[in-house]
Design a binder for this molecule. Structure first.
Ligand code: FHN
Length: 394
């Protein structure tokens, strides 16, 4: 593997936390990104939505500022979702944002803001396309179209990676059907460092870098479409929504509590995975306050505990009923939110512990270690009920 791509993979793993953005003309209807399909809206009624799309409050610098406040290190944004509408100035279609009243190339503005702030930017692209006539009638022509769009995205905007989603629509003989290996080689001829994710829910192909889990922790399959166990040769990333919707849904008020989101981040890191946490911007270009507030609270927690998340590795213990665990060269970090009874946490610890403290305050913590048996004496209530991190120096 190209050494620059290997380095890009390592850096991506260290980022640990990214913002997923699902944004398109569907946001005008406020009922999620599948509204055209679920409500059987004919193309003749759906496509004219573009004539109303004018998100005058969109400000790429503000979005990047929120990402930084949240402690996120990258953004993965929909360049084109299943509806086929392009949120960038594509040369291959007129069905695009620069042909709306907004006129501006949103993806270019975001790419410029990310470059300035050193935030990595990846593009979600849906090979599944509900509007393109060739999708159903001329597979060779459609393959040329969608491959051409992914190539133009990489050539024009130089993203950190590409995140494909929709090949599950034709799952048989995946690589041959979608000509994935051919596309990946062409993409890497443009940019040898490019990372590739493909949310196809099958075993990762050799040239794919990121194995994705959707609304599930890695290795779990609670929602039923993440059956493949984590691949040791792949980067692992879980993508999750804050409520239950990817695209803006005005009626979805089931927003996860900040504590739950902080724990999900720790559980992903504990499984050696990144968390890609989603927002669905409104048709005016702003991100709903309930999501901004949660992200800012996560950023506050990360400012005190980020050492236990960024640049750490997971898979420290086989199970962590009390929370999660991560590690770096000199520490094991225990993420605690389910305090054991009697407030004594007993662990099998083959390494000699040199010290134990609360990461956020550096206050020491009493412990005993007899050979490989470590006992931590926890207080009756944990200092941070959302997730209290103990740093064990090894
Ligand atoms: O159909 C898409 C859905 O709209 C959304 O983009 C998620 C995000 O991972 N992926 C697909 C559902 O599996």
């Amino acid at each position: 593997m190209d050494k620059r791509r290997q380095q890009a993979r390592e850096n991506f793993r260290k980022m640990r936390f990214g913002m997923f953005v699902h944004w398109g003309i569907y946001s005008l209807l406020g009922r999620g990104e599948w509204v055209m399909y679920h409500e059987k809206i004919p193309l003749s009624e759906y496509k004219p939505l573009m004539e109303r799309f004018n998100p005058q409050l969109f400000n790429a610098e503000e979005w990047v500022g929120l990402v930084q406040k949240a402690g996120m290190r990258y953004i993965t944004i929909t360049a084109k979702h299943h509806d086929g509408f392009c949120m960038y100035d594509s040369e291959l279609t007129d069905y695009k944002i620069t042909n709306t009243p907004f006129k501006r190339d949103m993806l270019k503005e975001l790419a410029d803001a990310c470059r300035k702030a050193k935030i990595a930017l990846l593009f979600y692209y849906s090979p599944l396309d509900w509007q393109h006539p060739a999708y159903k009638t001329d597979w060779v022509a459609y393959t040329r179209y969608w491959h051409g769009q992914v190539l133009e995205l990489v050539r024009k905007y130089r993203p950190y990676g590409i995140w494909l989603d929709g090949c599950w629509d034709k799952p048989e003989n995946l690589d041959e059907t979608w000509k994935l290996t051919e596309l990946y080689h062409r993409l890497r001829a443009v940019d040898p460092t490019l990372l590739i994710a493909n949310n196809h829910h099958q075993k990762p192909l050799p040239d794919e870098d990121i194995q994705t889990y959707e609304q599930d922790l890695p290795g779990e399959n609670k929602v039923g479409f993440n059956p493949i166990p984590p691949d040791d040769n792949a980067l692992i990333e879980s993508c999750m929504t804050i409520n239950n919707s990817w695209g803006y849904n005005a009626n979805d008020t089931q927003h996860k509590a900040p504590a739950q989101l902080i724990r999900i981040l720790a559980e992903c890191a504990g499984r050696d995975a990144n968390l890609l946490l989603n927002v669905g911007p409104k048709p005016d270009g702003t991100i709903q306050m309930e999501h901004q507030e949660r992200l800012i609270e996560m950023g506050g927690w990360l400012r005190k505990n980020g050492k236990a998340i960024y640049a750490t590795r997971g898979r420290v213990f086989n199970s962590c009923e009390w929370g999660a665990a991560t590690r770096d060269d000199k520490h094991i970090y225990l993420h605690l939110w389910n305090s054991p009874t009697e407030h004594l946490l007993q662990l099998h610890m083959p390494m000699r512990i040199k010290s134990a403290c609360w990461l956020a305050t550096k206050a020491p913590l009493r412990y005993d270690q007899v050979e490989e048996k470590l006992t931590l004496h926890l207080p009756p209530t944990l200092p941070d009920p959302r997730n209290s991190v103990v740093a064990l120096e090894v």
